[in-house]
Design a protein around this ligand. Sequence first.
Ligand code: S3P
Length: 465
Amino acid sequence: MTSTASRPATARMAPAGLAGTITVPGDKSISHRALMLSALAVGRSTVDGLLEGEDVLATAAAMRALGAAITREETGAGQETGAGQETGMPVVRWVIDGVGVGGLSEPADILDMGNSGTAARLLMGLLASHPLVAVMTGDASLRKRPMARVATPLEKMGARIITRGGGRLPATVVGARKPVPIRYRLPVPSAQVKSAILLAGLNTPGRTVVVEPEATRDHTERMLRAMGAVITVETEADGARVISLEGQPELAARDLTVPGDPSSAAFPVVAGLITPGSQITVRNVCLNPGRDGLFTTLRDMGADLTVEAARDVGGEPVGDLVARASRLTAVTVPAERAPSMIDEFPVLAAAAATARGTSRFEGLAELRVKESDRLQAVADGLALAGVVVRTGEDWMEIDGCDGPVPGGATPVVTHLDHRIAMAFLVLGLAAEGGMTVDDDRMIATSFPGFRGLMCGLGARIADAV
Ligand code: S3P
């Protein structure tokens, strides 16, 4: 998993702007779910465009340890596919032979989920309704993150989950022999918690119900429905979504194509907007309405950002994003928009730092429990860049520089957080002194090839030492 030896990297102003057409790796959320749900299907599934980042590879390893047969095949140089693979590149296909709902077997060793909160929490849901004992751990970042938010509802379903002090990993999951369905109202807006309960509900007789007061990404619901589960979504008078799953379905194996990750596309898109003279296209980006808050916000800031060739790929809305360098103005992001762009605040902060006026982001409490305390990490990094920033428990204000920020050589501390590293490297493209980060290795958890792709567009990113 992620190495503890850091490799500082620096990004500097691109003199002639960024230009080109790229595809970003497959969506991380969909990739985790594709492996987990295919492993529970009856028969053989194939997945094209799977994200081959360390987070998703941790899920693949865990599902293998639980009995699914998962292989990676290269089918030679191929035509461009809906998964965004370029002509001439080997076409990679993942093949999964499922064990059927309820068919997971006890793992022989500890399950190491690396840096991935999604892998850890969704897997805990799967384990909770199987009669087995499993021990889960993760890297130094993941071992700090809260697991009680999933352990509490899963214990109500009959599992026993013993966590390290304060609800952290490592944890031992003693799965329920006779799981019981629950109706659970989410106390935090989290697709991971919602999904963990629904995945536990798969091997639970009867109807499992999750009520989410604020809508979060719905990839689990879409994929379960496409595989034949009976899952309904109703909206209550106050806007809350009530998601009901009939337990113990037979999930049908299927051939799936994973679209590009909007949370990865966010970095080249913002880079193109804030680097003068740029025009870039990111093809094949997932535009699920639970994920597109950043793009709406950038347009509110005056960004020249358009969608071309809107289409459907594997039950998800997809399009090509075209970003042209734009003079951005400050924006206020209301709390209710936060769940649809929760991973994008670090890179939005980079955009706001170059905008004209003071931006304000609200509803940021969840940022404090991501791969790092992102609210603090962003504030500290912006201060190093010479940008004036104010924060509260769940909000942030940024005084934009109306053009390039000062920047500088002191490395931003990334705390094993891929999105902090990428956001500040992107800011380096609009920083007079460039920007340096203390470590960029963990970028491989979600965006393998980030540096090469950005340099291919014209960015200058290099080792700092
Ligand atoms: C994810 C949900 C979000 C997001 C994470 C991926 C998912 O986390 O930050 O990167 O795939 O369900 P929360 O559910 O904790 O908000």
